[in-house]
Design a protein around this ligand. Structure first.
Ligand code: GSH
Length: 113
């Protein structure tokens, strides 16, 4: 199946907009204040630790978004982290990038764009 094939154009447009208007956005289970899954919680804690401003979108509140994001990102699970308009990864990738310093480097690079 081609990416985006089964997705309503309005939904795709809304996702595009969220990703483009926030430097960091996390599609996750629960909210920043109340994560409802350990993987999502880990990502929130990492972003807090690196002091990065970020938005979150609770995919548990919208089943179409939950299904749609898997297709949009071609990634089967949550959290899904977008940085600077691009899909960055899930929890494992975030942990790795945090521990290696790659995340801090990337955030420094895009900070003043
Ligand atoms: N290894 C994954 C862990 C995340 C994961 O396994 N998430 C599951 C359970 S919370 C998930 O989103 N499943 C699909 C769904 O619930 O729709 C990562 O690095 O992000």
């Amino acid at each position: 199946m081609f990416a985006g094939q089964g997705m309503a154009p309005q939904l795709k447009g809304a996702i595009d907009n969220l990703i483009q208007s926030n430097k960091i956005v996390v599609f996750m289970k629960g909210t920043k204040q109340f994560p409802q899954c350990g993987f999502s919680n880990t990502v929130v804690q990492i972003l807090r630790n690196v002091d990065a401003p970020f938005e979150t979108v609770n995919i548990l509140e919208n089943e179409a978004l939950r299904t749609g994001m898997k297709e949009y990102s071609q990634w089967p699970t949550f959290p899904q982290v977008y940085i600077d308009g691009e899909f960055f990864g899930g929890c494992d990738i975030m942990i790795e990038a945090y521990q290696s310093g790659e995340l801090t480097e990337l955030l420094e690079r895009i900070k003043n764009e």
